[in-house]
Design a protein. Structure first.
Length: 132
C-alpha cells in the first residue's frame, strides 16, 4: 500500500510542478458578466489538476469521517474517566472544558454597523470556488 501511495504522490508532485509554470501563463479575458478571467494556457493540465484536487477533497472527507468514528470509539472507551491506558502507558485523554462564545447575532441586531462602526472591522478575504 505504501508503494501505491508513494507512486500517487510522485505523480501528483509532477503534475503540480508542471502546473506551477504552465497555468500561470494564461491569457487574460473577460466573462459575459464582466468579471476578469484568465484562460488556462494548458486546458488538459488544468483539468488534470482539478481532477486531482477533487480526488484529494473526496479522500479528505472519507478520512475525516473515519477519524471521527475512531475518536468516538476511543471517547466512549474512556467514558467518564480522563485517560486511556495501554499496557500502563497513557495513549489518549479527554479534555473537558467550557467555552464562552460571543453572540454575534445579538450584536448585529442590537448594534447595527451603521450606528456602531467602531465595533466592526472589514477584512478582505478570498476563497477558491471550484465548479463541479
Amino acid at each position: 500500500a505504501a508503494s501505491v501511495a508513494e507512486s500517487l504522490d510522485s505523480t501528483l508532485d509532477a503534475i503540480i510542478l508542471q502546473a506551477k509554470g504552465a497555468l500561470l501563463a494564461g491569457k487574460a479575458l473577460q466573462t459575459e458578466d464582466n468579471r476578469k478571467a484568465v484562460e488556462a494556457a494548458d486546458p488538459i493540465l488544468a483539468n488534470e489538476l482539478l481532477a486531482q484536487r477533487s480526488s484529494i477533497d473526496e479522500q479528505i472527507k472519507i478520512l475525516t469521517e473515519k477519524k471521527k468514528e475512531i475518536d468516538d470509539i476511543i471517547k466512549a472507551a474512556i467514558g467518564e474517566d480522563d485517560v486511556l491506558l495501554v499496557n500502563g502507558s497513557e495513549v489518549a485523554s479527554v479534555s473537558r472544558y467550557r467555552e464562552t462564545a460571543l453572540n454575534s447575532d445579538f450584536i448585529k441586531e442590537n448594534f447595527p454597523v451603521v450606528d456602531f462602526p467602531e465595533m466592526f472591522k472589514r477584512v478582505d478575504r478570498s476563497r477558491l470556488n471550484i465548479k463541479r
